[in-house]
Design a protein around this ligand. Sequence first.
Ligand SMILES: NC(=O)c1ccc[n+]([C@@H]2O[C@H](COP(=O)([O-])OP(=O)(O)OC[C@H]3O[C@@H](n4cnc5c(N)ncnc54)[C@H](O)[C@@H]3O)[C@@H](O)[C@H]2O)c1
Length: 340
Amino acid sequence: MGKRYRIAVLGAGDMGRCHVQGWQLAGHEVVSITDTDKNRAFDLAKKAGVEQVYMDFTESVTRSDIDVVSIALPLVYHGPATILAAQHGKHVFCEKPLASSWEEVERMQKAVKEAGVKFGLGFQRNFAHGVELVQKWAEEGVFGSPMVFSSDLLQEVRPKIAMHDKDGNQGPVVDTCCHFFLMWQTIFRSKPKKVYARGGILGKGRPEIAHFKELAVDTAIITIEYESGDIGTMTISWGLAKDTQLQANPDRIFGPKGGAVGYFNTWGRDSGTEVKLYIGDQLEVVPLEKRELHKVEFEAFIEALQTNAPEPYGFELGMEMLKLSYAVLESIETGQVVTV
Ligand SMILES: NC(=O)c1ccc[n+]([C@@H]2O[C@H](COP(=O)([O-])OP(=O)(O)OC[C@H]3O[C@@H](n4cnc5c(N)ncnc54)[C@H](O)[C@@H]3O)[C@@H](O)[C@H]2O)c1
């Protein structure tokens, strides 16, 4: 192993925990954890053996002995934390989605460019074995052409209620669909052309999110046509009843020759550990390899940093995903097909 990088992780929530573990598994040193919730930060630091805790990211980011700032904060802080880190000469690894607005993207890009640092975006799910396998089958023509992809995600109103704030995390179309959009375009090896979507707010009237000035769309049915002629469809909702037992369907892709079914970009007890491959009238069950996805994405980022190669996912991809998510929201609002 080469240089052991020194990392400041911002955020000690769900993704902060994944970042700390991923960096440590990849053999780097997490020097500090920052969270405005002091108990959370201390708990995680204790579990992970990290010595320094901060509550204000200005303190952790501006330390001279940090190489990489790893951002696992709510969307509204992606911009400010990236800009501050770049201005202090740190490389930045930031969770998806990229930013809250196009103006913010511009400011982030400018800061990163001026500082000459690397900027990587967290799309760990696209490193899953299932995505790699299905992409290979699609490329080999196993399914034939065109292909149709359907993905599904169903959840109750999020306990993380800020996710429903239109001015905050902007709801699932911006926050979460990007994982699926990236998976589809990876497997189709093509870019989106047109979008049609319908949607709304199922969680309207729920007391836990009633205080937000404006709620984000929490439910959508999305259809995207790709330049290749392939089609992706998605049903997503974060508006279901509390403790619902309704479950999302697995991903499914098919073409005139065959298809595949499974949770391609996750692995585990709930999402399964295999993919069903259908060719003609045959069915084969293909096991999926378990991968530590955050470790893998951080290794890929560090390799890009060391070889000065482009990072696997950065501004360009982040902007593509934002553009597509905003096209979906525009289609929902106008009822029109939107050209991407
Ligand atoms: N890649 C993925 O699969 C994936 C999955 C979930 C979330 N995310 C993304 O990760 C980011 C974080 O999401 P999460 O699920 O971990 O959220 P979370 O609510 O679990 O954690 C966020 C943490 O940030 C802290 N925080 C908020 N403002 C802060 C500030 N100004 N300074 C320091 N700490 C602050 C909160 O106290 C909280 O502990 C979001 O951008 C989200 O979209 C990515």
